[in-house]
Write a protein that binds this ligand. Sequence first.
Ligand SMILES: NC(=O)c1ccc[n+]([C@@H]2O[C@H](COP(=O)([O-])OP(=O)(O)OC[C@H]3O[C@@H](n4cnc5c(N)ncnc54)[C@H](OP(=O)(O)O)[C@@H]3O)[C@@H](O)[C@H]2O)c1
Length: 287
Amino acid sequence: MKITGTTRLAGIMGWPVAHSRSPLLHGFWLEETGIDGAYVPLPVRPENVAEALRALPVLGFRGCNLTIPHKQLALAVVDRVEPLARRIGAVNTVIVAPDGKLMAWNTDAFGFRENLRETVPDWDPAARPVVVLGAGGSARAVVAALSDAGVVEIRLVNRTISRADALARDLATTATRISVHAWSEVSAVQRGAGLLVNTTSLGMAGEPPLDLDLSQLPLSAPVIDIVYVPLETGLLAAARQRGHVVVDGLGMLLHQGRPGFEAWFGAPVRVTAELRAAMVASLVKPR
Ligand SMILES: NC(=O)c1ccc[n+]([C@@H]2O[C@H](COP(=O)([O-])OP(=O)(O)OC[C@H]3O[C@@H](n4cnc5c(N)ncnc54)[C@H](OP(=O)(O)O)[C@@H]3O)[C@@H](O)[C@H]2O)c1
């Protein structure tokens, strides 16, 4: 990479930020497109996030991604929040507008939707209920994406019921009904479902496993795990063995990066087999 006097700048702000795969993702696209740009890690403590975001236009940055714990904090700092991000209650992409104002998007829902479209193109959102496990930050993006795609009924399962209730209150619409369920109902809610999505951190490296009885889930239902370390989680291995179509979390991660790249660096980018292979290599490498 060659930095020049006119290099366009963007980055990822988080605390910690060293674990992020976003520099590798955007670095791949910068190299592929040959754009004079750089995407750098920006380790910013939570107490400094407002100051750091305000400094972006001053320093000539085009914008940045946000990761834990800044996704909610930034909502109160930026000048404009797109309606979808407002509904989700978190932002992950900040764009510096030509007038210096900070615009914020949530592209996790876009990433989930694009990956769904790519991996299960014939799936009919309106045909059957969808089971979503988890009610954290990523669940809010996934539920918003499913609702916007035309899903009529979402069965939401979470350990902390009050968190699931809040999600249902915020994201249910006249077209999408959301019912809330305890883990004790996780088998029963799979009956007749057309898709199952895990958004909990269970099954992620270093976290407890997600042991799910899938016997009630129709074999026609795809199973998606948005956890991407490991790429094939216990849930996906079990679902694959039963004969379900399975979708890992890497595609969502890659697609969510596209809108930011296009806004900061001015070129459309794609999720290709080469990009996936480069990212998979980084996931298996010890860090
Ligand atoms: N593929 C992608 O692009 C992408 C994007 C975002 C996130 N992710 C992955 O998604 C996962 C969740 O991220 P997040 O941001 O939504 O996290 P989060 O806001 O902290 O939510 C975590 C969720 O997991 C549940 N959970 C955690 N430990 C549990 C346990 N022992 N038993 C039962 N439930 C448990 C939580 O339930 P409670 O509400 O009861 O605590 C909550 O629903 C992470 O693995 C993350 O890496 C992937």
